[in-house]
Design a protein around this ligand. Structure first.
Ligand code: NAP
Length: 509
């Protein structure tokens, strides 16, 4: 990195959010930007999560950029290796590589209130930027719970997002901790290989059939030759999900029918009433993310699998102890315990106008204006920010909507600057942030995530849902189409000649 380098925009992360931002910036004619990536390749969570069975449970034709369609998706729900390869191709096709700085983890970013710009310190050097975009995503920092005695465990321990491919699981006694989206993909893959598998299930998940299939060669050729067929496929996948949203956000009682289907899906496979009881959730479907699998229940009924219906509480030597006292001696522990979502570590590294970090500003819960900007953090935006998550559709739709907002934000800054009074920055007004979040939280009251009777990672330590968007993706797109200047304070840095003139006048006085 050149010394004293200054760029218009610095983007943190090169997953879907960061690469998408890079494409949109280039398309808006902005080439003066960098993408700061902590590792040595692109892909974000789709690079890091390489566990056996890792795939996306949103259909690939929807879980991809609208501006980078891929007629060649091999399956409805493509695997991690295909999604990662897609992101590598996006980086190549759109000429993004010259902008990407690998091995450049952001250590600190501070707002310089004098110069109205961000000072960004990375592992590979420092730079300044007019605008900082955090696209680290909520699934970038693995979370391993603080389990007493884990340090003394002499076997193998790893997290689903940090899979150790060199560790041979064959014949081993293995524990999987958690039964979330990652764990239920891992369990069927490793069950046939390991000697004994113990699943520590704190809360049972609702699991629905996974309508996966190979996308035939004919379909792929058709999509390549006649692009409207691909667009139509995407539209259909999108519209179905838009219609589903109301049941999650306004009429959770309608989900009762879906619960019946999920129960049927389980009882078809799980005949043992004791295991059935363990696996039956006591909360409304949709309250936690609905999981999709045809192989999870068949794996759990195999003779080498034990389901402990209790969370892992303690480790004594090489014995895992559940909260209900059940014990299991194991050789390896795999944590499928999720990520730091409502306490994103990057927030500790971003310092705003009054010296407060984003983590401090969000200590009582994350909140942003339109899921994007935070008061006191001028010219800073979070892609997949507070209350932008989805329960049932593609996050790529949300990312693209936020990128519209980013491009309009930069356009507004340009207009304000050319309007003559020196360089400008925008700081979200606290009252606008409050009003936005009050509206979001008011709508949240009726949703299944609040009323469904579960405790999920959608909720923060105070029980507030700061992660999910309580509406359709179409609505989110509408509300992020334009930056409303009335919601922002305009900050100005007087141009140098004026400042010098003012200093000279001051000295003369
Ligand atoms: P997750 O959904 O946060 O699940 C974490 C699991 O760990 C939960 O079952 C949780 O139980 C459990 N847990 C935590 N502490 C525990 C303890 N001490 N003992 C036993 N269990 C414990 O994490 P994830 O599965 O990695 O998924 C995170 C997100 O990534 C998903 O929601 C999804 O958005 C995304 N994802 C998507 C896919 C896909 O597309 N197929 C695949 C993987 C991940 P509780 O339920 O009791 O909290």
């Amino acid at each position: 990195m050149a010394e004293h380098e200054h760029v218009r925009v610095a983007v943190i992360g090169s997953g879907f959010g960061g690469l998408g931002a890079a494409v949109r910036l280039r398309r808006a004619g902005i080439t003066d930007f960098v993408v700061l990536e902590r590792r040595d390749s692109v892909g974000g969570t789709w690079r890091d999560n390489s566990y056996p069975g890792c795939a996306c449970d949103v259909p690939s034709h929807l879980y991809s950029f609208s501006f980078a369609p891929n007629p060649d998706w091999p399956r409805n729900f493509s695997g991690q290796e295909h999604i990662r390869a897609y992101l590598e191709r996006v980086a190549d096709t759109f000429g993004l590589r010259p902008h990407i700085r690998f091995d450049s983890e952001v250590l600190q970013a501070r707002w310089d209130a004098e110069e109205l710009r961000w000072e960004v310190e990375t592992r590979s050097g420092t730079l300044t930027a007019d605008m900082l975009v955090s696209a680290t995503g909520p699934l970038s920092d693995p979370m391993i719970p603080d389990i007493p005695g884990l340090d003394g465990f002499t076997g193998k321990v790893f997290h689903s997002a940090q899979w150790d491919h060199d560790y041979d699981l064959r014949g081993k006694r293995v524990a999987v901790i958690g039964t979330g989206a990652s764990a239920i993909q891992i369990i069927p893959e490793i069950q046939p290989v390991v000697g004994k598998l113990t699943v520590f299930q704190r809360t049972p998940a609702w699991v629905m059939p996974r309508m996966d299939r190979e996308i035939s060669r004919f379909e792929r050729r058709l999509h390549a030759a006649v692009p409207p067929t691909r667009a139509l496929r995407r539209q259909l996948l999108w519209i179905i999900r838009e219609f589903q949203v109301g049941a999650f956000t306004k009429h959770p009682a309608q989900l009762g029918l879906v619960e019946k289907l999920a129960k049927h899906h389980m009882t078809k496979v799980v005949k043992d009433p004791v295991l059935r009881a363990k696996l039956t959730p006591d909360y409304r479907i949709g309250c936690k993310r609905i999981l999709l699998s045809n192989t999870y229940y068949p794996a759990l009924v195999r003779p080498n699998v034990d389901v402990v219906a209790s969370g892992l509480k303690e480790v004594r030597g090489n014995t895992l102890v559940a909260a209900d006292g059940t014990e299991a001696e194991v050789d390896a522990v795999i944590f499928g315990t999720g990520f730091h979502v409502t306490d994103m570590p990057i927030a500790q590294r971003i310092t705003g106008a009054d010296g407060t970090t984003l983590a401090e500003a969000w200590k009582d819960g994350m909140e942003a204006l339109r899921g994007s900007t935070a008061a006191g953090f001028p010219n800073f935006m979070t892609v997949i920010g507070p209350n932008t998550g989805l329960g049932n559709s593609s996050m790529i739709l949300i990312i693209e909507a936020q990128l519209n907002y980013l491009v309009d934000y930069l356009r507004q800054l340009d207009t304000l600057t050319t309007a003559g009074a020196g360089r400008a920055a925008l700081d979200a007004r606290p009252e606008a942030v409050r009003a936005w979040n009050d509206r979001v939280q008011e709508r949240m009251k009726r949703t299944v995530w609040t009323t469904g009777g579960c405790r999920s990672w959608y909720l923060d330590a105070n029980g507030r849902n700061t992660t999910v968007w309580p509406g359709t993706t179409g609505e989110f797109r509408r509300v992020t189409r334009r930056v409303d200047l009335a919601e922002y304070r305009v900050l100005r840095v007087p141009d140098r000649t004026r400042r010098q003139a003012a200093d000279t006048a001051g000295a003369a006085r």
